[in-house]
Design a protein around this ligand. Structure first.
Ligand SMILES: Cc1cc2nc3c(=O)[nH]c(=O)nc-3n(C[C@H](O)[C@H](O)[C@H](O)COP(=O)(O)OP(=O)(O)OC[C@H]3O[C@@H](n4cnc5c(N)ncnc54)[C@H](O)[C@@H]3O)c2cc1C
Ligand code: FES
Length: 266
């Protein structure tokens, strides 16, 4: 659907860990309107500080609402955390493109990789794949067990879920890149969302292995101003296949999902 500006009612707002919260927002037909990796621009504060909206991915939907999960890290998320159930909040959405689920080929293995705040969009992706009866493996990384803000939701997923923590306090110890046999990329499609170092590491490792027949799409989390393609605050450098040159693309309107093989990190 085309993007809309709506004043929405907050249906629930709760702390999941000391720094992670979830907010459920009323939005009729959210399960139809939002695709995995799409995001909303949220007016976090009722004052002019901070002035600029903040982007958040969709974590889940139902016919009446969507849920976002967020980490309190600065002024915007701090202001957002003070909003109460029953308050009205200004939202622009749905924004951006989405994971190209339609490109999954018959017999292709589906691997989903998430880390940090990127977990929201990969969780929603897993739920949507389940509705379409598509099998997947979800590889998901946290710094430590106390950061796992969505354990019940991960347990509810029907696919294979592999949790890693950097310090080994839960699941497998280390980074998500350490717990995947990159030779298994053969005939796979990978969807990835997480901190830039994680996404870069995944791109580098998969290139090193030299396997050609896999597809890899990443949802990028760039700093955003407008979220609407106006300020050019979110550009990334992308290869243009035809003439071996590059172009700059806005993550907010051309993305957030890109073919990771096309991204040129600067
Ligand atoms: C498409 C998209 C989807 C997102 N989805 C989620 C989500 O589901 N849940 C969630 O918690 N966050 C998500 N984010 C990140 C979220 O928008 C930022 O955390 C938020 O804007 C921070 O606002 P703030 O005012 O609290 O912090 P600020 O004061 O703006 O920043 C605090 C610190 O965080 C860093 N930071 C801010 N924005 C980003 C960013 N985009 N990438 C890396 N570092 C950043 C700043 O450098 C600074 O160090 C998403 C970002 C994008 C672009
Ligand atoms: S955030 Fe303004 S153009 Fe993307």
């Amino acid at each position: 659907m085309t993007k809309q500006l709506r004043n929405c009612r907050i249906l629930a707002h709760k702390e999941l860990t000391p720094n992670n919260l979830s907010m459920q927002v009323e939005w009729l037909n959210a399960d139809q309107d939002f695709q995995p990796a799409q995001f909303v621009q949220v007016e976090t504060s009722t004052t002019l500080d901070p002035l600029i909206r903040r982007p958040f991915s969709i974590f889940d939907t139902d016919p009446y609402s969507f849920t976002i999960t967020y980490k309190k890290i600065g002024a915007g998320t701090q202001a957002l955390s003070t909003r109460k159930k029953g308050d009205t909040i200004s939202i622009i959405g749905p924004l951006g493109n989405f994971y190209p689920i339609h490109k999954i080929k018959n017999n292709q293995k589906v691997l989903i990789v998430g880390g940090g705040t990127g977990i929201a969009s990969v969780h929603y992706l897993a739920k949507v794949l389940e509705k379409k009866n598509i099998n997947y493996t979800l590889l998901i990384g946290f710094s430590r067990c106390t950061d796992i803000f969505c354990e019940p939701e991960l347990q509810d997923l029907k696919g294979e879920v592999i949790i890693t923590t950097n310090d080994g306090s839960k699941g497998k110890k280390g980074f998500v890149t350490e717990h995947f046999n990159f030779h298994d990329l053969n005939n796979s499609i990978i969807f990835i969302c997480g901190p830039e170092p994680m996404t870069r590491a995944w791109q580098k490792k998969s290139e090193l292995i030299g396997i050609q027949n896999y597809d890899i799409y990443a949802s990028l989390e760039e700093y955003m101003g407008c979220g609407l393609g106006i300020c050019n605050g979110c550009v990334v450098k992308v290869k243009i296949k035809k003439n071996d040159q590059f172009d700059f693309k806005c993550v907010c309107t051309n993305g957030p999902v890109f073919n990771l093989k096309d991204i040129i990190w600067t």
